[in-house]
Design a protein around this ligand. Structure first.
Ligand code: XMP
Length: 323
């Protein structure tokens, strides 16, 4: 729309003024906000921007490839991909406690991003002075406002960057709500598969596996989750569902009959919710036909899963995620 064109043009001008001929670094998470803010900065300053994508191996099926390939093709962003999948799995091995998982993932993410950042900083030329953040208006309000370009040295500088190094933030989405961010993203030509993505937690699939995380469990959950997304998209339900976690109860087994015999497999939980802001949520009343297709397909196509259950708990008392 006309307003979105204005917002894009205006932000591009502002970013150019702010950055001058300095260089900029950005972290892509696979989510909408970092994808759109990074693309805006790319439009404004081109190759003065280096985007870093830490592939922690905890995204859903196809999502990392969409960032590495489709997003780069659509935006022309100079992308540095760090394949950290083995590293994250190694650190997560045997860890069951959800908060412990979060701590490990947060720590490894910062370490990995900062190592990539040091490499970018070490390249000759103008220094890097800006960091892109996909902060939205609701985040600004939640954290009590604050002025434009803040300094994030204290929390960012955890892993050994030079003491006197300071980044200023570029936050081109600070005035926008999620829907507007999606519009801006479409305006910038970002693929719908990325722009239309539901909110997804930073720790990714690791907090949707109840039990320890390993490659095999991730593969099981990824396969079940992909079926759920195909069927909800095919049924035209994406817009009315806020989020649809699929949870693998990896430490639970139940008896089933599949094919010729008895199985002793894992249940998956379907957790579709409707919500305005994730603070409260209601379980989605999905059509039975859609639930039936999902259930049939998962138990037919994902060998290790022999039971599909539906979570009918609101938030509160249940959280959206299981961990
Ligand atoms: P809960 O489960 O607390 O989730 O109802 C509320 C919203 O936050 C997301 N979520 C997270 N996002 N890191 C994130 O970036 C996290 O550790 C995390 N935990 C939950 C969740 O997907 C929902 O949108």
């Amino acid at each position: 729309t006309w307003t979105m064109v204005n917002i894009v043009e205006e932000q591009i001008e502002l970013i150019r003024e702010q950055v001058g001929d300095a260089r900029v670094i950005s972290a892509l998470s696979g989510g909408v906000d970092s994808a759109v803010s990074t693309a805006l900065v790319q439009r404004a300053v081109g190759d003065q921007l280096t985007a870093v994508f830490v592939d922690h191996g905890l995204l859903r099926e196809g999502e990392a490839a969409q960032v590495r390939e489709d997003y780069v093709a659509a935006t022309g962003v100079d992308l540095k991909v760090v394949d950290a999948r083995e590293q994250f799995l190694g650190h997560l091995a045997g860890v069951v406690d959800p908060e412990e998982k979060r701590k490990i993932i947060g720590r490894e993410f910062i370490r990995t991003f900062e190592a990539a950042e040091r490499e970018v900083l070490a390249t000759p030329g103008t220094p890097v002075r800006f960091l892109v953040q996909g902060t939205l208006y609701p985040d600004v309000v939640e954290s009590g406002g604050g002025s434009g370009a803040s300094n994030i040295k204290s929390h960012h500088n955890v892993g050994g960057l030079p003491e006197d190094l300071e980044f200023s933030l570029i936050e081109p989405l600070r005035a926008l709500f999620k829907d507007e961010v999606r519009e801006v993203g479409r305006q910038l030509g970002i693929p719908e598969a990325i722009v239309g993505r539901h909110p997804f937690p930073g720790p990714g699939l690791a907090i949707r596996i109840i039990g320890a995380v390993d490659a095999e469990r991730l593969a099981i959950l990824r396969a079940a989750d992909a079926i759920v997304r195909q069927e909800t998209t095919a049924a035209g339900l994406d817009a009315e569902i806020w989020q649809f976690p699929v949870v693998l109860l990896a430490d639970v087994r139940s008896v089933g009959v599949q094919g010729d015999g008895r199985t002793y497999g894992h249940p998956v939980v379907l957790r579709p919710v409707s919500s305005e802001d994730a603070m409260t949520a209601d379980w989605s009343r999905l059509p039975y036909e859609v639930l039936e297709r999902i259930s049939t397909r998962i138990t037919n196509e994902v060998r290790e899963v022999n039971r599909v259950v539906l979570d009918v708990t609101s938030k509160p008392p249940g959280t959206i995620e299981w961990e």
